[in-house]
Design a protein around this ligand. Structure first.
Ligand code: DQA
Length: 144
């Protein structure tokens, strides 16, 4: 079974309450359940986590070294600010898929830059909860 670590950054625990036009109406628990259904189709074991803390995300990425077959990350606002998360991701030798519910490139200018995108095998954004489904499908193509 391939192991996929799915990391979610700050404020993603508030999905369901955040702007539904950008992020949809599903909660993070709903998205986790959706990911578990899709992962089962591909025989993936998933570890789905969320943190509001940059350092905790960095530690989880470091701990994933040599222990997962791919990583999906929606770093939330840290996408646009965190060199520390970028440097941790650079240590990984497995495919990284950058995920966003909204499409940051078509929103405010301060969301256009991503520290993660150059390290990512693919970026999937703008499809709300389906961005996670498409990211898992992409990993299905890459890993299986
Ligand atoms: C987000 C986009 C980011 O710009 C924002 O800060 C988020 C969520 C998304 O999934 O669309 O928190 O990563």
């Amino acid at each position: 079974m391939k192991k996929i670590l799915i990391l979610n950054g700050p404020n993603l625990n508030m999905l369901g309450k955040r702007d539904p036009k950008q992020y949809g109406s599903m909660t993070l628990a709903d998205i986790e359940a959706l990911c578990r259904d899709v992962a089962a189709e591909y025989d993936f074991e998933i570890d789905f986590r969320q943190s509001n803390h940059e350092g905790e995300l960095v530690e989880w990425i470091q701990q994933a070294l040599g222990k997962c077959d791919a990583l999906m990350i929606n770093a939330g606002a840290y996408t646009h600010t965190s060199l520390a998360i970028r440097d941790a991701l650079e240590l990984l030798e497995v495919p990284i898929i950058e995920v966003h519910l909204s499409d940051p490139k078509t929103r405010e200018e301060f969301r256009h830059f991503s520290y993660i995108e150059r390290l990512a095998t693919a970026t999937i954004s703008g499809q709300k909860d389906q961005s996670y489904v498409l990211a898992l499908k992409k990993l299905g193509e890459i890993l299986n």
